[in-house]
Design a binder for this molecule. Structure first.
Ligand code: ADP
Length: 535
């Protein structure tokens, strides 16, 4: 942009035009895109697996988070490059759909891109590579289904579900407590699950964090826990057979939306105004009480005047309940969210067995638990931990575990982890490559190599020799026709992942391979990049 003056001395601005844009075409564009996306995948590579490293991410305002969760890492990396951003979206869509396997999907995409680069160098057309990958992906997915096994989710006190949760938690910062946390996650999901319809509404599981105590103190609370207390210390600490009035309007006199002035010229007038204001409060409290409610939960605050009146009228109340809590309470107790005092009616009240204040540890901070809700069962997982960083990471990890269990309730098929499923698919794809006589054969073979990259990466991350470990595992899979042989990351003395009970859901593995292939195909189709010069 530059400033110029016309004949009459008037200033005008000259804007840069289209010609100044940076443009990359053909092979240069392919390669630059691949390298940018690969850089993201390389960052995540060291985080894969039970002994994967964690990343520390510092936000511009100094907030620090330590995490092992792929989706969180890429989200907080503030990536600028447009193609690299595709990998961020890849991880996020795995997170949204499946909830787990967010690191694996990016690492696999990185391995596929690495192979694509070599194929491009060999002079193979990107569309042929793309087609080959597509065909290989289909073969891999079909093979995954044949090697998958159904588990009995009820057997042995839901042991299979607990194991699957443990696999998801095993690679996280909280892995020391994976069994306890896994059990909590399983109980929470089963509590709210509709097993007949194979459906789980995850909105009914609230995850509440509270710093203090340690991760072992994390527990499951049957009911909804809200981080609030009664608005007045002298209000009762427990309300039994609660009839809840859920309000989204403030306990205060209405304010006109237009600007206004009131001229008060005498003490009499002032008194009148004051009394009128008082009357508003009295009317509001009366409307709530008349409906039969014995507790009011308010999304807004109210001042001391209202608080005092509520206490006087023996109506316990809670202020500043968050929007998400209001929705959850409405769903679980059957309460209607009431936006105006005039609309309060007895049918709109929610019902719960009790609403009571509870205290944790030695701190005097109190929280409220709403138990035995009338409509649906809702549960809360209260996560404790020494610092905000730990509780945040524990929350992300438990979310992953919950998603795994939900997926197993929907579809109870599993494949084994430790890279065994990828290795089995790689062997199958390699066999298929030999049957293809066109150029795609090279791409299919490269797809098999990329799949092999996952066990390689797992072995590398836990200090084993990747080439030797993968070669041994591959040889045993072929000799014994056993698709469960993987990498013994924890050095337990067996490479059979069934014996180690490393369960992964079939849906997650399938989604990983499909999504990674899709993104790589998309990147391979971009042959022209037009961007501003400073990009
Ligand atoms: P993601 O975010 O993709 O779930 P993780 O860091 O959780 O990534 O790593 C998952 C990978 O680690 C999977 O391939 C899984 O099979 C493997 N894995 C997890 N636990 C073990 C274990 N105890 N032994 C071997 N492999 C494991």
């Amino acid at each position: 942009m530059s400033l110029a003056f016309d004949d009459y001395g008037r200033p005008y601005i000259i804007l840069r035009d289209q010609g100044q844009k940076k443009r990359m075409k053909g092979l240069e564009a392919y390669k630059s895109n691949i390298l940018a996306a690969k850089a993201v995948a390389n960052t995540l590579q060291s985080s894969l697996g039970p002994k994967g490293m964690d990343k520390m991410l510092v936000s511009p305002d100094g907030d620090v988070s330590v995490t092992n969760d792929g989706a969180t890492i890429v989200e907080k990396m503030e990536i600028q490059h447009p193609t690299a951003k595709l990998l961020v979206e890849l991880s996020q869509s795995q997170d949204a759909e499946i909830g787990d396997g967010t690191t694996g999907v990016v690492v696999l995409a990185g391995k596929l891109l690495e192979q694509a680069l070599t194929l491009l160098d060999k002079g193979i057309h990107p569309l042929k590579i793309s087609d080959g990958f597509d065909r290989a992906c289909d073969v891999a997915i079909k093979h995954l289904e044949t090697i998958s096994e159904e588990i009995d989710i009820q057997a042995n006190e839901h042991e299979a579900l607990i194991q699957a949760a443990c696999t998801a938690l095993g690679s996280k910062v909280v892995s020391k407590r994976k069994r306890e946390l896994g059990k909590i996650a399983v109980t929470a999901v089963l509590d709210v699950a509709d097993l007949a319809r194979k459906d789980v509404n995850l909105d009914l599981i609230k995850i509440q964090t509270k710093t203090g105590g340690s991760v072992e103190d994390t527990r499951l609370i049957s009911g909804i826990l809200i981080d609030k207390d009664m608005s007045h210390p002298q209000m009762p600490k427990e309300v039994k057979e609660a009839k809840i009035c859920l309000l989204t309007c403030p306990f205060e006199p209405p304010k006109p939306k237009t600007k206004h002035n009131i001229n008060i010229s005498s003490a009499e007038d002032y008194k009148k105004l004051y009394q009128q204001e008082q009357q508003y409060f009295v009317d509001m409290v009366k409307l709530v009480k008349d409906s039969g409610a014995n507790i009011a939960l308010c999304q807004w605050g109210f001042d001391d005047e209202a608080n005092h009146l509520l206490l006087q009228n023996e109506l316990p109340a809670v202020r500043w309940v968050s929007g998400t809590d209001v929705e959850l309470i409405a769903m679980a107790t059957g309460a209607r969210i009431i936006p105006r005092f005039q609309e309060i009616t007895p049918e709109k009240l929610g019902k719960a067995g009790s609403v009571k204040e509870v205290q944790f540890g030695t701190s005097n901070e109190r929280m409220l638990v709403i138990e035995n809700c009338q409509c649906t069962k809702a549960v809360t997982i209260l996560i404790r931990g020494g610092s905000q960083m730990i509780v945040d990471e524990a929350k992300r990890s438990i979310h992953d575990a919950i998603c795994v269990i939900r997926n197993l309730i929907k579809d109870n098929r599993i494949v084994y982890g430790g890279g065994s499923a990828e290795l089995a698919c790689s062997i199958q794809v390699l066999q298929y490559a030999d049957e293809v006589s066109s150029v795609e054969q090279y791409a299919i073979r490269s797809f098999a190599d990329a799949l092999e990259g996952i066990p390689c990466c797992l072995a590398d991350n836990c200090g084993l020799n990747p080439i030797t470990s993968v070669a041994q595992a591959k040889a045993r899979q072929l000799q014994e026709s056993n698709p469960r042989i993987g990498i013994d990351c924890m050095e337990l003395g067996t490479t059979d992942m069934k014996e180690q009970r490393i369960y992964e859901t079939l849906s997650s593995k399938k989604q990983q391979i499909q999504l990674a292939t899709q993104v790589v195909k998309m990147i391979l189709k971009i042959d022209d990049v037009i961007a501003p010069d400073d990009y």
